[in-house]
Design a protein around this ligand. Structure first.
Ligand SMILES: [Zn+2]
Length: 383
């Protein structure tokens, strides 16, 4: 057992994963430490977790090394390829070998300070189950995984909003830019044979696009505008076009607008919009200004759907929402089963959205590529 200094701790309490960056008053049953050199593993914290005002740098813990190491793309203020300890599944969790992972705008925002996350990045993946004591029938199966972790709290919607939840590669849980991850078995969905690995990586963002239809009744007669021709904007446009509504995608990259036109969306640049107004506006711009742009395109009593999360908060005046009686809908994660069905039935083809694939050893370069303005989906091939 090696003695380490740790700066962030997550632990299980009453079988719930709780992440605490600084202090806690719970008695931990299982504790995991993330250290400044990227080591992680099961630990015993000296003297409990109430640090009595000590700075995190002074926490001492004893690390029970698991021995096995794996490669991972790790963020601790900077992004690097590291050797970290193999993850070990907690009760109810599966150990998963990651096959392919996708870089999301959220990963880039995290590297700019969003969510104050430290650990292995990544939340979009397809993998193969290596171990699963609670559901051994999953072993060897190709799966995708919901990212919100709150064991025994109910269905995916309840997990998504459970207090104390952790989120894969975003809050309190190491992510999928690594050779292996753990996730609760209840988060996993088997991928049908018709869906290849590249398509399966898109299940998480495609589910997020479908969430809009769970939340807002879009009628075939409605006019809908999607602001932003990035990866999510293109997926949202692809899904909403299936409703038969009049769909307009607003963007500035001719190459990406052409992708949306191919599946029947009208595409315009901001300058071409003139005085057009819509019933529903979806902000997928990925920038703090997208919200204002989307609102300016709505007619009175319209619905504004927000998909963008940024490290920098938007500078936004709310009066227009009141005057025009706008309905605002925040929209994050969505249902995996219909996303898998759309891919299996060929109703959504994601191949045009893939820009480049990097090996895990070049994961840092993959993130740099994905951060370039105008880039499409960057994948990381892991196994
Ligand atoms: Zn994402």
């Amino acid at each position: 057992m090696a003695e380490i200094t740790c700066w962030a701790i997550s632990f299980c309490y009453n079988e719930k994963n709780i992440f605490t960056p600084y202090s806690s008053y719970y008695t931990p049953r299982k504790v995991k430490a993330f250290t400044s050199d990227g080591t992680s593993g099961a630990i015993q914290v000296r003297g409990g977790l109430d640090t009595g005002g000590e700075t995190p740098e002074n926490w001492l813990a004893t690390l029970q090394e698991t021995g096995e190491k794996m490669k991972a793309i790790y963020f601790d203020g900077g992004t690097s390829l590291r050797e970290v300890d193999d993850p070990r599944p907690a009760p109810g969790e599966a150990l998963i070998a990651v096959n392919t992972a996708g870089v999301c705008r959220t990963d880039i925002e995290i590297t700019q300070g969003y969510m104050d996350f430290r650990g292995v990045l990544g939340h979009e993946f397809v993998g193969t189950v290596l171990e699963c004591e609670s559901q051994p029938e999953l072993i060897g199966k190709r799966i995708v995984g919901e990212i919100n972790i709150a064991p025994d709290s109910g269905d995916d919607l309840q997990r998504r909003h459970a207090p104390g939840r952790s989120t894969l590669g975003i809050a309190g849980k190491d992510g999928c830019f690594a050779e292996k991850i753990t996730l609760p078995a209840e988060n996993l969905h088997i991928v049908p044979n018709e869906v290849d690995n590249v398509s399966a990586v898109f299940v998480e963002p495609l589910a997020a696009a479908l969430e809009i239809l769970e939340q807002v009744h879009i009628r075939p007669g409605d006019s809908v505008v999607v602001v932003g021709d990035g990866k999510l904007g293109l997926l949202v446009a692809r899904v909403l076009v299936l409703t038969g509504c009049g769909l307009t995608l607003v963007g500035k990259h001719p190459r990406k607008l052409a992708i949306a036109r191919a599946y029947g969306a009208e595409t315009l640049t901001l300058e071409q919009l003139k005085d057009r107004k819509f019933d529903v506006a979806v902000d997928c711009a990925g920038s703090p200004s997208g919200l204002q742009t989307a609102l300016s395109l709505l007619q009175a009593m319209g619905t504004l759907v927000l998909k963008t999360t940024t490290a920098v908060p938007p500078d936004f005046h709310t009066a227009q929402l009141v005057i025009d009686e706008i309905t605002v809908v925040g929209s994050r994660c969505g249902p995996f089963p219909p996303a898998l069905r759309l891919l299996a039935e060929g109703l959504v083809d994601v191949a045009p959205l893939v820009e480049e694939t990097y090996p895990l050893d070049e994961g840092v370069e993959a993130l740099e590529h994905a951060a370039r303005p105008g880039s499409l989906k960057v994948l990381i091939d892991i196994a």
